[in-house]
Design a protein around this ligand. Structure first.
Ligand code: RRO
Length: 286
């Protein structure tokens, strides 16, 4: 079963295919972004989460994967907003952003993205790998205040921009209800992506050491093992969010059957992470 040539609408964007890359996978450099644009199986080009200034990220080794799972502590390695804001592609172009300092950084990033060549903005409130920095998606009060401020930006008021949130995985019913109630208040939110990696996981090698170095060996878990959790998040948010908000599924997708399952639970589109990193040709989707 192929997912080719299936138009989907997310906010104001029309994607010619309902699958595209997850942020972080093959999307940091211009060459990588061009590869995404040229891959006929992918419906959009999404960047590595970027910050105001370029960042080298955490020390190596910071990424590990096998056929089932990935663990990363990349540390927001990116080329900086001024690089990503000036690119343009044939497919819908979505820039992922996050703050490394304070909430003001989100506002400055959004101002820089209020340009015609950028179609979508994925606001990452769930990076698990910055030591000492809590994930905004788990701090409901601050999350609400930030969305309130973002709603006042020209990008949020721009009728041609599609804006979404990359959420962390949630596990408690009351947390789903609290976060959905906040998201539903803000009309500028067109989509959510469920979910980012599960933070603070560790995988040991045969010597008993973590397979990655930064943050005492702890990092974000992705791949097949997180699929049941991500699918649960999609299902619950589909029930709780206003119908105008599209849900993009992300987590452990490696074949068209997984895509079908995410869609059955309410996803409009899906992002491929760990599998795309390992299988750039998307062999399982042909
Ligand atoms: O760069 C990272 O360490 C990273 C980010 Br921004 C993110 O959102 N999710 C992740 O697993 N790693």
């Amino acid at each position: 079963m192929s997912n080719k040539n299936e138009n989907v609408k997310i906010g104001k964007m029309i994607l010619s295919n309902s699958i595209f890359n997850a942020s972080g996978v093959h999307c940091t450099t211009l060459n990588e972004l061009q590869d995404l644009d040229n891959n006929p199986l992918l419906g959009a080009v999404l960047t590595k989460t970027c910050t105001l200034n370029p960042r080298k990220g955490n020390e190596f080794p910071r990424y590990y994967s096998n056929e089932k799972i990935s663990l990363n502590s990349t540390g927001l390695a990116n080329l900086g907003i001024d690089f990503y804001s000036r690119q343009s592609f044939t497919k819908p172009y979505i820039v992922s952003i996050s703050s490394i300092s304070d909430d003001e950084e989100y506002i400055k990033l959004l101002q820089k993205l209020n340009v015609d060549n950028v179609n979508g903005i994925e606001i990452n409130v769930s990076c698990p790998n910055i030591a000492g920095k809590p994930q905004l998606g788990y701090d409901f009060e601050r999350f609400d205040l930030l969305l309130n401020r973002i709603g006042e930006t020209d990008a949020a008021k721009n009728e041609n921009k599609t804006i979404g949130l990359k959420l962390p995985p949630y596990m408690d019913k009351s947390h789903f209800e609290s976060i959905a109630k906040i998201i539903n208040k803000y009309n500028f939110i067109d989509f959510i992506t469920c979910c980012n990696s599960i933070g603070n996981c560790i995988i040991l090698n045969d010597d008993g050491d973590s397979v990655i170095s930064p943050n005492n060996g702890l990092g974000g878990l992705g791949g097949e093992y997180i699929r049941p959790l991500s699918m649960g998040n999609v299902k619950i948010f589909k029930e709780l969010l206003d119908s105008r908000i599209s849900i993009i599924g992300c987590g452990g997708i490696s074949n068209p059957e997984h895509v079908k399952q995410y869609k059955k639970l309410g996803a409009t589109a899906v992002q491929i992470g760990t599998y795309l990193q390992e299988n750039w040709d998307l062999i399982g989707f042909l």
